[in-house]
Design a protein around this ligand. Sequence first.
Ligand code: GDP
Length: 199
Amino acid sequence: NPFVRAGYLLAAHTPRQLPPDGGFEVAFAGRSNAGKSSALNALCQQNALARVSKTPGRTQQLVFFELPPHEGKFLVDLPGYGYAKVPQDLQAHWQAFLDQYFRTRQALKGLVVVMDIRHPLKDYDRHMIAYAAERGLPAHAILTKADKLGRGAAGNTLMAVRKDLQAQYGDTVSVQTFSGESKAGVDELRSVVAGWLGI
Ligand code: GDP
């Protein structure tokens, strides 16, 4: 597992705090409570890796995790939307930063969108996938908390979400079921992310 040594590197609140734009990185997005931290922790076989992203003041930052021994390869945790109640002008600053990051970041190789399988494809999720698609970047949607549904219901949701996204984006978007609880689907997630990072 190339992610076991993942560790916190930095949190960027403005473009100049970003690491040099010469590496490879994969961003993780998800609505608050979707299960993004649990998915990152499962990916990296760690218990508290993504906890740092949730500390107060970090909710409007891009949190970078490095992946030793791989230089210049990062996982980037985007703040969970809806988590922070912030003043409107800060919201605008944040929106502009995120927008610029998605439009210009050369190191960004793909986007993982974490969705609760019981509430998939909300506006925020579609917005993030559209951001990636505008750049021609691949997106991988994980339908997490699949353990909360029966096999049949989980399979039906998987097919419906896949059909919806592929009608719009074709094969640049992939979808899988996942569980941070049972770790079902973690190998598939790992291989997608490692593939994008070239590790
Ligand atoms: P985040 O806000 O997107 O980072 O969400 P968290 O990873 O903190 O998870 C939010 C809540 O959902 C927590 O209570 C987790 O224990 C729970 N949770 C996350 N993933 C799963 C999962 O795969 N299965 C189940 N049953 N619960 C999960």
